[in-house]
Design a protein. Structure first.
Length: 138
């Protein structure tokens, strides 16, 4: 089977200045490549991908989109909404989606339909796992 061309979103250490974030991102990337993924792009956690031609081009040419949910998906935050809307965008509509390393707490009910679009859901704690399971209906 050919490798899945993968884009990693919400990369939290693009410049490698923070040891903890660098280690988390390295572990995520190592886990993906050991499972047959080829990382073809990374989108910085501070970048609103929806208005970035560079990010949209990467997403258009991938098979799998992996979102690092580290510390982001709580209380319906604006940046978190950018990430959750990945599955509803025209460019990503036919892509396989994964949410990994996710803290998921106190989010609006209307995120449920967005979360259901993700094929793979991996929480970083049991409380987040329960909230994601409840919203995703599985």
């Amino acid at each position: 089977m050919p490798p899945k061309n993968t884009v990693l979103m919400n990369h939290t250490d693009m410049l490698g200045h923070h040891f903890g974030c660098a280690r988390v991102m390295r572990m995520i990337e190592d886990g993906l490549t050991s499972r047959g993924c080829r990382i073809i792009g990374r989108i910085d956690g501070k970048e609103d991908w929806r208005s970035s031609p560079r990010a949209l081009a990467m997403l258009e040419h991938c098979d799998l989109i992996v979102i690092n949910g580290e510390g982001t998906l709580h209380h319906g935050r604006r940046k978190a909404t950018w990430l959750m809307e990945t599955g509803a965008h025209q460019v990503t509509r036919d892509k396989e989606l994964a949410l990994v390393n996710a803290l998921y707490q106190e989010n609006p009910p209307d995120w449920a339909v967005l979360l259901q679009r993700f094929r793979h859901l991996y929480a970083r704690d049991s409380r987040s796992a329960a909230a994601m399971s409840d919203h995703a209906g599985r």
